[in-house]
Ligand binder design. Structure first.
Ligand SMILES: [Ca+2]
Ligand SMILES: [Ca+2]
Length: 218
């Protein structure tokens, strides 16, 4: 499995359209950035936080936006799996630590602002890592992503199953650990479900907060 990093493409979007009920994508809080808890570092020094390891969270699970906001307040964002190395690394943690599933920053661009031709059809070309504005490979390029070949109704992911069964659209990307006895891999899941999450340090947020708070060690 190879996850090809597609050229960084800024996805211009109407952010508010993604978040119903008046909720917003929150910005970093300098004091929380300074106190952020790092559980693991990759060889290049980037820090990660695993919600299930945090004693203060006591097993709290968040919906997709809640997970992003917890991370973003701390100069991180939900994990983006741009490379196969990072993908395999986090999957091994889920297996070793018996974690059933996690949220990632992956989302379907299906809101106002996603009409750009290269995102069409959205169900194939519209997935992106929101933390880094990087597009995923088309869902049809099965050797360049890690979508499961099965799911709740036995269809390859993404299948938007919940919407087909009268529920919400499955617009968010979770990594599931043997949930459907289908291995450890990617699933499209409705964003309102609550899950443990992994935060990944976000260079843009760190740079911004360091610049505006030179007195803080961040
Ligand atoms: Ca990443
Ligand atoms: Ca699905």
């Amino acid at each position: 499995m190879k996850v090809i990093a597609i050229a960084l493409v800024a996805i211009i979007c109407a952010v508010s359209a993604q978040f119903p009920n008046g909720r917003i994508l929150e910005g970093p809080v300098p004091s929380l950035c300074a106190q952020r808890n790092i559980h693991e570092r990759t060889p290049d020094g980037k820090g990660y936080f695993m919600s299930w390891r945090d004693a203060n969270l006591r097993g709290t699970e968040e919906d997709w936006l809640g997970a992003r906001n917890y991370c973003r307040q701390r100069c991180m964002d939900s994990i983006s799996l741009e490379t196969s190395a990072e993908n395999e690394w986090i999957k091994q943690k889920l297996v070793n630590e018996h974690v059933k599933y996690i949220w990632t920053s992956g989302r379907l661009c299906d809101f106002k602002g996603c009409e750009r031709p290269d995102l069409q059809p959205v169900s194939i070309n519209g997935w992106f890592w929101t933390a880094t504005f990087q597009k995923l490979a088309p869902t049809t390029s099965r050797d360049q992503n890690d979508w499961s070949e099965s799911g709740g109704i036995g269809r390859p992911q993404p299948d938007n199953r919940e919407a087909q069964q009268g529920g919400a659209n499955e617009n968010c990307l979770a990594v599931l650990n043997q949930f459907y006895k289908d291995g450890v891999n990617w699933h499209d899941v409705a964003c309102h479900h609550r899950k443990p999450f992994v935060c990944e340090e976000n260079e843009e947020l760190l740079k911004y907060v360091r610049y505006h708070n030179p007195q803080l060690r961040i």
